[in-house]
Design a protein around this ligand. Structure first.
Ligand code: FAD
Length: 377
């Protein structure tokens, strides 16, 4: 019998949920991570007594009571409600698009006035079959909302002009005819009190962890030490890029400590004009209603991805999807490797989704291990 039942490559939410559940079943796990901390992209770094979301702002939200109860069993969540603002050329607008936004745009006060305004702009555009993202957005919400709140932001995110982006990127643009600034429609949302590291620490318990340890530096040695491997790294790297490299969009974060208690009055302010190179400014203390004497802000700059940068958002276009399908087919034939998480599945997951996926993987995997063939049949 090998030293460990499970070697888990990656200490993000997928790896930590898998480890937690496997340990509950009495399995011996080892987690390795190439970074110098656990938690993957939900990791928070404490500076000036403020939890800084090191890999981008993370707001937990879900409609699934099972997942909500699961995370709350490790750490209590606060009542933070995401209500981002948009700054377009110095003017402020509420998001998501709702009656407050429509009042700020046009001075309209009733839902019917707002609906009429949007409909007249959609009709004026005369778009029957949208040929690109710009036409798609205008045909859904009209030109004012598009020009002021969507165009520049989306162009910065993708690093391309909206007329060069495919229409399918935007399927729906939710508009709300109530004065409700809550960004998410989900039943449950919040931030762990004390930060995401508490959630990760709760999941890990006393699991053995090795940091600054890249699986690929000594792959054979790790495989020899464990019965199974749970792999949450990049699937193309797992197969030595034999079908090609999968592409991503990346982000660059500029953090700044400011000697003032409250800098922007909100956790998230989007900058929706193209000429400002960042897409948003995060003021971290507001996620936890902080009253520390100083504050920390982070500007988020979208970037092209190169292998030396963090791979944040998969580009699920035709070419990448075809490459991924080939890796996926190969991965299905592995007897002792379980693939999971955003990098191995080449998919954007919210936190509640990756936790759900990990719990599902756990239940199918352990059910298959316990499936003893019926000797009679
Ligand atoms: P990760 O957290 O990426 O963990 C993978 C781990 O594997 C990493 O620690 C990595 O170092 C390690 N690893 C990789 N390769 C190797 C190797 N070869 N050897 C050893 N270790 C390796 N979700 C929400 O619900 N709400 C939000 O508001 C939200 N905001 C987000 C903002 C941004 C900018 C981004 C990028 C994501 C956001 N998410 C949000 C999504 C959330 O980050 C993911 O759902 C979650 O982090 C995925 O967990 P994971 O375990 O799949 O991957």
């Amino acid at each position: 019998k090998k030293e460990y039942d499970y070697l888990i490559v990656g200490s993000g939410l997928f790896g930590c949920v898998f480890a937690h559940e496997a340990m509950k079943l009495g399995k011996k796990c080892l987690i390795i991570d190439k970074r110098n901390h656990v938690g993957g992209n939900v990791y928070c770094e404490k500076t000036e007594d403020i939890n800084v979301h090191k890999y981008g702002a993370h707001i937990f939200h879900t409609n699934d009571k099972v997942i909500w109860d699961y995370v709350n069993s490790f750490v209590e969540f606060n009542r933070y409600t995401n209500s981002p603002m948009a700054n377009y050329k110095g003017q402020l607008f509420n998001l998501p698009f709702n009656m407050n936004t429509f009042y700020q745009l046009w001075g309209v006060k009733t839902p019917q006035e707002a609906k009429n305004k949007i409909k007249s702009q959609i009709d004026q555009a005369l778009i029957t079959t949208p040929a690109n993202l710009q036409e798609q957005a205008i045909s859904l919400v009209g030109s004012d909302i598009y020009e002021k709140l969507i165009k520049g932001y989306t162009e910065k995110q993708w690093g391309r002009s909206a007329i060069d982006l495919p229409a399918f990127i935007i399927k729906r643009l939710p508009v709300r005819f109530t004065y409700d600034n809550n960004y998410f429609n989900d039943k449950y949302q919040g931030i762990p009190i004390g930060g995401y590291n508490k959630l990760i620490d709760g999941l890990l318990g006393n699991c053995e962890v090795r940091l600054e340890t890249d699986y690929f530096n000594n792959r054979q040695q790790w495989n020899d030490r464990a019965e199974h491997t749970v792999f949450t790294g990049n699937i193309d790297q797992f197969y030595d890029y034999k079908f090609g490299k999968l592409e991503y969009r990346s982000l660059r974060f500029e953090h700044e400590i400011i000697d003032e208690e409250n800098h922007q009055g909100n956790a998230v302010i989007n900058y929706t004009e193209r000429d400002i190179p960042y897409t948003r400014i995060i003021e971290h203390k507001h996620f936890e209603f902080g009253t520390q004497p100083k504050t920390i802000i982070t500007k988020e700059f979208p970037e092209d991805w190169t292998p030396d940068k963090e791979a944040y958002y998969p580009i699920n276009d035709k070419n990448n999807s075809e490459i991924f399908e080939k890796y996926k087919t190969l991965s299905k034939s592995e007897q002792h490797v379980i693939f999971g998480g955003r990098l191995a599945n080449y998919q954007y997951y919210d936190m509640h989704q990756v936790i759900g996926a990990a719990l599902k993987t756990v239940s199918t995997h352990f059910a298959s291990l316990n499936a003893i063939p019926n000797p009679i049949s």
